[in-house]
Design a binder for this molecule. Structure first.
Ligand code: IPE
Ligand code: MG
Length: 221
């Protein structure tokens, strides 16, 4: 969900106002995904690299997360949304961990759309945690062999399908350590729209563009 800072700066506002507006942009997009029958929406909310930002900005982002969950979980639950988290959750402030655990538990039965929040998420971090967890599960004294299928089951995204479409807002043409394993064959859509301006209409445009793509998965189509 990139471009919050630029959205604010263009209006002469502090960056944090951009994050606030960015949070407001999320709910209509989540609802549209549910309406369209999309099964999983993963949003990159805070990366393992975002800790390098000024402390007040990091604290504001964590505060906005808790506010969002407190304000929206009930409505999301009513919409059939199931909230999940990927990332190194143990590295988040305890207040955020508690708010997340409650939101996940409260929406556990949602069967329309999984809203997957990537928080303290970095794909490299996820892969290393997965491999270490897998190693711990191996009996001592053997030389185990890891396979793609087994590694996938140790990732934070275990059980979820690989994404079909990756939408990158604010015009940046890079992956920024997002789901590197899972997006091997994902279609990428870059829009110049800054995240706070992203809306259901833009989502439908991205999906229409996706529908025009021919996916070959390395074959010949
Ligand atoms: C939001 O956008 C991304 C988050 C870490 C929440 P940015 O804060 O990266 O916005 P820009 O890139 O400065 O415009
Ligand atoms: Mg950015």
């Amino acid at each position: 969900m990139d471009g919050n800072g630029r959205w604010a700066q263009r209006r002469g506002l502090p960056r944090i106002m951009g994050h606030r507006q960015g949070v407001l942009a999320l709910k209509p997009v989540v609802k549209e995904c549910a309406r369209l029958g999309i099964e999983v929406l993963t949003v990159y909310a805070f990366s393992t690299e975002n800790w390098t930002r000024p402390k007040p900005e990091v604290e504001a982002l964590m505060g906005l997360l808790c506010e969002f969950l407190a304000r929206e979980t009930r409505e999301l639950q009513a919409e059939g949304v199931s909230i999940r988290v990927i990332g190194d959750v143990a590295g988040l402030p305890l207040s955020a961990q508690a708010a997340l655990a409650e939101a996940v538990a409260q929406t556990r039965d949602g069967s329309r759309l999984i809203l997957n929040l990537a928080l303290n998420y970095g794909a490299r971090n996820e892969l290393v945690r997965a491999v270490n967890r897998w190693l711990q599960d191996q009996p001592p004294g053997v030389r185990p062999v890891l396979t793609e299928a087994v590694l996938s089951r140790y990732l934070d995204t275990a059980g979820l399908p690989d994404p079909d479409l990756l939408i990158r807002s604010s015009g940046e043409e890079r992956l920024s350590n997002f789901l590197l394993w899972q997006i091997a064959y994902t279609e990428i859509y870059v829009t110049k729209t800054l995240w706070p301006d992203f809306n259901p209409e833009e989502l439908r445009q991205a999906i229409a563009e996706y529908q025009r793509r021919q996916r070959r998965f390395g074959g010949i189509g």
